[in-house]
Design a protein around this ligand. Structure first.
Ligand code: HEC
Ligand code: HEC
Length: 209
């Protein structure tokens, strides 16, 4: 009898832990994500850090939709989105790790519908605002925020969609008619929108943790 009671108690504990776990992970566990993101900060925690060969800025992640960050990490993990370094970074992450890391990096969300800076190129109004807004805030969580992102990263991403180096069901159709000059102007426009994405600060004593 005591043995059975113990088994019951243990089963009850497991259920409780599962319930607690499920609620914590539905939104992503920021504290756990911070621990897991330690190696990421070597690149994403340094303002203006560059990818080399080819050289372009490592994307800003703070203020991005967590859903988009998670989708991007899964795409690198499966190599649907190709980038050797990011594949190596994402390869061993579980879905739960990804949700937690995404919640940590995303932080406070950008709000849509704010004032815009500069004049939007006509192609932006024509082709992009329906999903990324005039202010560069994606209207649903699957559409990435572009506001304040590094201009050279945005330009690189758009050129990658155009030449088929970055695959996606939606984006290539919208960039196919853009010239390289259009792409540069659009990237510059979205990069200057404020408030925009930011770089997550690397803790100053991160190497002692
Ligand atoms: C050695 C530098 C480096 C490290 C370390 C690194 N990244 Fe990256 N990350 C990059 C570069 C460069 C890109 C852009 C790649 C591309 O063009 O697709 C990128 C892209 C991303 C993106 C896509 C952003 C977007 O707007 O689409 C996410 C999300 C991301 N990294 C998260 C992480 C996480 C989480 C880690 C740690 C597990 C990490 N990165 C570690 C360099 C790095
Ligand atoms: C129908 C909705 C839709 C429209 C319209 C659209 N996009 Fe996108 N955009 C997306 C989605 C979805 C993604 C994520 C794709 C992926 O995972 O690669 C994306 C990704 C991007 C990215 C990559 C962001 C990053 O952090 O890596 C850029 C840059 C971008 N879009 C710019 C544009 C521009 C410029 C236009 C207009 C010419 C445009 N988009 C039109 C839905 C849209």
């Amino acid at each position: 009898m005591p043995v059975r009671n113990f088994a019951l108690l243990r089963a009850a504990c497991v259920v409780l832990l599962m319930v607690a776990g499920a609620s914590a992970h539905a939104a992503g566990d920021v504290a756990r994500g911070k621990l897991l993101a330690y190696t990421c900060l070597g690149c994403h925690g340094i303002a203006n850090y560059k990818n080399v060969y080819p050289t372009y800025s490592v994307p800003k992640l703070a203020g991005q939709h967590p859903e988009y960050l998670a989708a991007a990490l899964k795409a690198y993990r499966s190599q649907e989105r190709s980038h050797a370094t990011m594949h190596a970074q994402a390869a061993s992450l579980s879905d739960e790790d990804i949700a937690d890391i995404a919640a940590y990096f995303a932080g406070e969300q950008l709000k849509a519908g704010g004032a815009t800076t500069g004049t939007a190129p006509s192609k932006v109004t024509e082709l992009c605002v329906a999903c990324h807004g005039k202010d560069g805030v994606g209207i649903i969580p699957d559409y990435p925020n572009l506001a304040g992102q590094h201009g050279d990263y945005l330009e690189r991403a758009l050129l990658d969609y155009k030449r088929g180096a970055r695959k996606n069901a939606v984006m290539p159709g919208f960039v196919s008619t853009l010239s390289e000059a259009d792409i540069r102007a659009i990237a510059e426009y979205y990069a200057q929108q404020k408030p925009g994405l930011g770089t997550v600060a690397r803790p100053s004593f991160w190497f002692t943790r």
